[in-house]
Design a protein around this ligand. Sequence first.
Ligand code: C2E
Ligand code: CA
Ligand code: CA
Length: 877
Amino acid sequence: MLEYVKSHIAQDSDLADFDMTPWFAGHPVDTISFGAALVEGRMYDSGPMMDADPGPAYPRLRELVRAGIRRQVVHPFDLADRRFGLVLDFRSPAIAEETHGLILEFVARLTPLLLGRLREDALERANRALRTIHEATEAFAHATTAQAVFDAACRLAVETGGYNTCWVGLAQHDPEKSVSLAASAGRGTGYVAQLRLSWADVPNGRGPAGTAIRERRISRWRDIAVDPRFEPWRHKALASGFRSCISLPFGGAGIPAAGALTLYSSDPMAFGEEERDLLVELTANMTKALQAFTTRQERDDALMAHSMSERRIDRLLAATGVVLYALALHGDEAVLVDMSENIVDMLGYVPGNIRGLDWWRNHVHPEDLPQAALGVPRTVESGQFVHRYRIRHQNGGYRWIHDEKTLQRDAAGNPVGIVGVWIDITERREAEEQIYRLAHIDPLTELPNRRLLNERLREVLIEARRTGVQGALLFIDLDRFKTINDMLGHSAGDSALRQAAQRLRQAVRAADTIARVGGDEFVVLIADAGSTVADAADHAATIARKMIDALTARPISIGEREYHLGASIGFTMFPKPDDTIDTLIREADTAMYQAKAGEADVVMFRQSMHLSIVARHAIEDEIRSALKAGRFEIWLQDQVELGGKPVGAEVLLRLRDRDGRIAVPSEFIGIAESSGLIVPLGRWLLREACALLARAHRDRPDWRLSVNVSPRQFRDPAFVTDVIAALDISGVPADRLTLEITENLLIRDTFEIARIMGILADRGVRFSVDDFGTGYSSLHYLRQLPIHEIKIDRGFIGQVPDDASSVAIVEAILAMARRLDLDVVAEGVETPEHVAFLKARGCPRMQGYFFACPIPVSEWLERSAHTPDAGVANARR
Ligand code: C2E
Ligand code: CA
Ligand code: CA
């Protein structure tokens, strides 16, 4: 920020040479003159300062007086999560009366600008972090040792992430609890190499890495130059160009963490919330990669035990440690006639006590009996038979028996008896099961893992292609899980995951597979979702809703506290031509992404979402460059009252690409949302819309403009300031501006959303609920929140007057709006029948191609200059 202000000071200004360093280098704020303003958050005016030297007790004041300052006014303001002060030094003790007002106004105008700048920087860093994650995940997948994982993380953080320096430290369990350097990269590796750190609670353990490991939490240090905690390292760190730092714990099943990944940036404002979240994802991926190595090790050990047991069977066979027996056949009955003594070693029974078929029947595990009972008839049929089943040991437990039978015939060839061997294969079975579990079951939630899911999906897909039965694949990502994990640590995160998994499992049928495929990601495979695509889609959406309901029905509890979970779900259907396991998972994931971006909590995959990462990046770059080059355009679509007179318009965004082709929002809004670019884009659009309002306001004071606001934009910390700044700059009355939001925005974090809406509604801004009827459609929020208008979704309007249920819905919405005293706009009005229907029911406002298509602003202005009042009713496409 200081750098930013400095770079805006004119070269010839007195201030250009003013050395600002002493003002921030390590001075506790409350000992200097403007400290009170910062601490108490109010404007501070020193009043006239005397010429006299205030004496050595007040070194700061003395310095000011010596520098010729006779009065100082400080105004604090908060930006991002930090407090700043605007300090004005005057050379005369008297200042003009309006000074305070002017300062207030200046700060009000300055903050959105600075904030915009900070946000864009943060966005750029977050984008770099995102790329780092992509590349690191790739690199981790190929790594075969932990060292390779560490090296890759450090290298990519510096090369792709653009961080000054990155290093990985591992917690040692020596008496000093030292932190050893495992890998590092970047300009400051010299600094890192000389560190002698610990993770104990001692002075050299209270730095970033030591804290992160010991307390198992992210330790973030913004502005190393002033952070008093950094004192022991400050000098050298600043010399290495570090201005901020973050350390993230990774790995380790218990507490403390196995180690920490530490990153330094030369930007004091680095490591904002978004960037931090991404880095958490990076370390989570790292932990996952490391865990994969240990799981592999455990599996190898299990395999080893397996082959040992096999060798033991060989030994037993050689020493005839196996149990031998003989049965006599009397018709269908087989009677035990002999059994070797060592049955005592195997099952604990004395051979003399083992008599008759009943003994055997009573001792075989009931689950295995139906299969095991086929042993005798099968042997009689084919001469030889081998099977496995469990028999109860004398101590009550069960042993797995490998039973091999051979038929005995008399000289005439008639079956007379069976000889057989029993081999105890319990250990081998257990080893096999353990191998299976390690390879197929997620130990935390005990749900199938990605491998098992893939195996089932492969089978189900083949079956679906054969029978034509429709299946569905759902991708579920928990909302807010990361916050719990970051705030409360991994064991709390694990508990949240287990509880979530349990609830999700209850929402699906036993025949369906639910697997955990990543940190907080689950996949549900529905083998039989219906016989038509429409049925299957309905069924999948119902299951998805059930899962969300199961998660949100009541909060989960961790320790003494309760937390609300939520989820975003995307799904896709199969079979389709050319689909594979990978494409299906990717489709469901993409749809989930769309749900996360705010479209709805449950989203079905559409082919149009199917953009590769490369295409995504290309569109992101295009949005960025269009913003810079002014290639975004505002188009307007009239909204008319019952008589057809235009009373307002909706702003619809268009992008003109370099070849002059016009792109519509469906091609870029989703990516603008998910990349965060919607924030600067929305800010620009608000300014433009307000400027247009100001222009139109002179001729038509009643005319209103509606602007679409996406969820991500709405949740941006600068949103309120952006809207207010746009209104202030244009000077239009706030109630001319309507913000269109979607129902889905209102479901999550309702409290915070209500607070933001409240601030803006108090200023006069109106809110409209877009696409009403397609989402949550709860009356509850209509009453609780400052909502002024609803827009009936065009899906319903398009179906009136023929479709009875659409008719009923539209009528119900109109009646409800009247009762709650809300404005209503019907959108997508295309035909005279639509108009007649809506008029007959007194729908106050309409929008759609019947009245006007969206047109560029310039065209709209020209047209309205010719027909200022009548508008252009009936201007068809
Ligand atoms: P929406 O807010 O529901 O906007 C109305 C959409 O319906 C517009 O599509 C408009 O061209 C179209 N439309 C208008 N009249 C008719 C009609 O009679 N029949 C039919 N079938 N369609 C009609 P458009 O411009 O492609 O925008 C699509 C969506 O993109 C919008 O849906 C809105 O959600 C989003 N969008 C557009 N501009 C912005 C923006 O500035 N910011 C954000 N966040 N989203 C925007
Ligand atoms: Ca809209
Ligand atoms: Ca709409």
